[in-house]
Design a protein around this ligand. Structure first.
Ligand SMILES: *[C@@H]1O[C@H](CO)[C@@H](O)[C@H](O)[C@H]1NC(C)=O
Ligand SMILES: *[C@@H]1O[C@H](CO)[C@@H](O)[C@H](O)[C@H]1NC(C)=O
Ligand SMILES: *[C@@H]1O[C@H](CO)[C@@H](O)[C@H](O)[C@H]1NC(C)=O
Ligand SMILES: *[C@@H]1O[C@H](CO)[C@@H](O)[C@H](O)[C@H]1NC(C)=O
Length: 457
């Protein structure tokens, strides 16, 4: 008995100290909600210059992307000169492609009211073979701060084997965390070790975001052995070429590790890069949003189609991602579909008491789905069966004449949807369920409330 109590107490003490540690790291105002922005890599790779970055920044400011929340303009790999400054070892930008220097770009980005991000690797070289920051953490962090950098994506290439255990990875990544803090400048630390060594268990104490998997690939569900694991828990080779469906699967169990100031990063978006259909890209965007991943655009903003613009400026979906409660949605069920793939239901709590619900069709078939409202809850409240909700379909316009208005009411429901939801192959429907007090809304009763159980469907 005594032993049990002592154990319980020491467990409690451990938990408390872990929470204190997190609280110490949390820097209010920095990634309180998942970062939104654009990064050069998915579309441009190493073919970048100051114009690539500034052109993208101008589109963000002028096109309405900034107005819906996109903020960070991030240069990925290949901004580098051939080598560091020979005298000081400070990092240097490529003398032709970035002839005006990085500070100039940061200043121009800031003039637009946006924030600026840069890239390095916790290794001897970046993934594209440029100089990187292992052993140069202090001078690099100091230089980034002098350049007025607001965000650092910190990769995992050429890490000299300093990985394979959580301790080894933590130690290597903590050096940059400390160096960034020492500068005094609030720089979002976006750790990118591809989910190796379970970063969700230690990165929250040193960074704002951490990648959970190998790199995303512009494919909805191609099976590719470059991304071999079925789950990231104990995955020994995170690889790359990870399809959207695979990353959704990886993220399902990790939501419990994220919250304000510390987020699972499902990698940059592929929306608009051409490899997927409208429904697939809308699924990609929806599920990144519900899992509270950073939403970092990765397409050519200067050549954006209306369809892409429509997806990435869906304010109702962005509002779910940026909800201040910061609670990732959870998968409630996953059903195998004959002919391959799965149908899944995810839901999550929002700050105002609403619930977000996603029906995700990862199968090649069009489906008709009955929704039992009690399934939306983790521990179905006693009254989940009797409560009434107004549902809004977040991929339908509330007002057809207002292209910026998303979230059409699809009626008031109790127990279950009154009609099954129709889902096309690879489509995701996202609903926001708003609790309705019937006693104070008597008008709703006769026409719209449908009292029936799931088995009636
Ligand atoms: C390095 O220092 C030397 C001597 O102070 C100076 O002549 C040279 O221009 C410096 N080189 C660079 C790249 O700053
Ligand atoms: C794209 O949207 C704009 C503004 O809403 C419209 O004027 C234009 O015709 C659209 N282009 C296409 C190809 O639909
Ligand atoms: C699914 O429905 C769409 C129309 O909504 C149709 O074009 C398509 O052929 C259907 N697919 C299958 C596999 O039945
Ligand atoms: C519902 O509305 C009635 C009448 O306005 C009110 O008395 C009751 O407290 C409300 N119930 C809840 C749960 O808010």
């Amino acid at each position: 008995m005594l032993t049990t109590t002592a154990l319980a107490l020491s467990t409690l003490a451990l938990r408390v100290s872990a929470e204190v540690k997190m609280a110490n790291h949390r820097r209010p105002g920095l990634a309180d909600t998942p970062p939104l922005g654009w990064n050069s890599w998915n579309k441009f790779g190493c073919d970048i210059s100051q114009d690539t970055i500034l052109d993208a920044a101008k589109v963000i400011a002028d096109s309405g992307l900034q107005a819906v929340g996109y903020e960070y303009v991030i240069i990925d790999d290949c901004w580098h000169a051939d080598e560091r400054d020979k005298n000081t070892s400070a990092p240097l930008a490529h003398p032709e492609r970035f002839s005006k220097g990085i500070k100039y770009i940061a200043d121009e980005v800031h003039k637009l009211g946006l924030k600026f991000g840069i890239y390095s690797s916790a290794g001897t070289h970046t993934c594209a073979g440029r100089f990187a920051s292992l052993g140069y953490e202090e001078i690099d962090a100091k230089t980034y701060a002098e350049w007025d950098v607001d965000y650092l994506k910190y990769d995992n290439c050429y890490n000299e084997g300093q990985s394979g255990t959580p301790e080894a990875s933590f130690k290597r990544y903590n050096k940059m965390s400390k160096a960034l803090k020492k500068t005094g400048r609030p720089i979002v630390y976006a750790l990118c070790n591809w989910g190796e060594d379970g970063p969700w268990n230690w990165a929250p104490t040193i960074s704002e975001t951490w990648r959970i998997s190998g790199d995303v690939w512009d494919s909805f569900d191609t099976v590719d052995d470059y991304c071999p694991c079925e789950t990231m828990i104990d995955c020994k080779m995170s690889g790359f070429h990870c399809s959207v469906s695979k990353i959704i699967e990886f993220s399902a169990s990790l939501g419990q590790k994220a919250g304000p100031g510390h987020w699972n990063d499902m990698d940059m978006l592929e929306v608009g890069n051409g490899g997927q259909t409208y429904d697939e890209y809308a699924t990609h965007f929806s599920m990144w949003a519900l899992a509270k991943s950073p939403l970092i655009l990765g397409h050519d903003l200067t050549a954006m189609t209306n369809e892409t613009y429509e997806i990435v400026t869906n304010k109702a979906i962005i509002a779910v991602n940026q909800d201040k409660l910061g609670k990732p949605a959870q998968r409630r069920w996953k059903r195998k579909i004959e002919g391959g793939g799965t149908l899944q239901m995810w839901s999550g709590q929002l700050d105002n008491g609403d619930t977000v619900v996603a029906l995700v069709n990862l199968s090649p078939r069009n489906l008709s789905v009955a929704v039992d409202i009690a399934d939306m809850f983790d521990a179905p409240e006693r009254d989940a069966k009797t409560k009434t909700y107004e549902f809004f379909d977040l991929w339908e316009r509330a007002d057809e004449n207002d292209l910026q208005s998303w979230g059409r009411s699809v009626g008031v429901h109790q127990n279950s949807f009154s009609a099954p939801v129709q889902l096309r192959s690879h489509q995701t429907k996202v609903f926001r369920a708003h609790p309705i007090n019937l006693s104070s809304n008597p008008d709703l009763v006769p026409q719209q409330v449908v009292f029936k159980t799931n088995s009636d469907n």
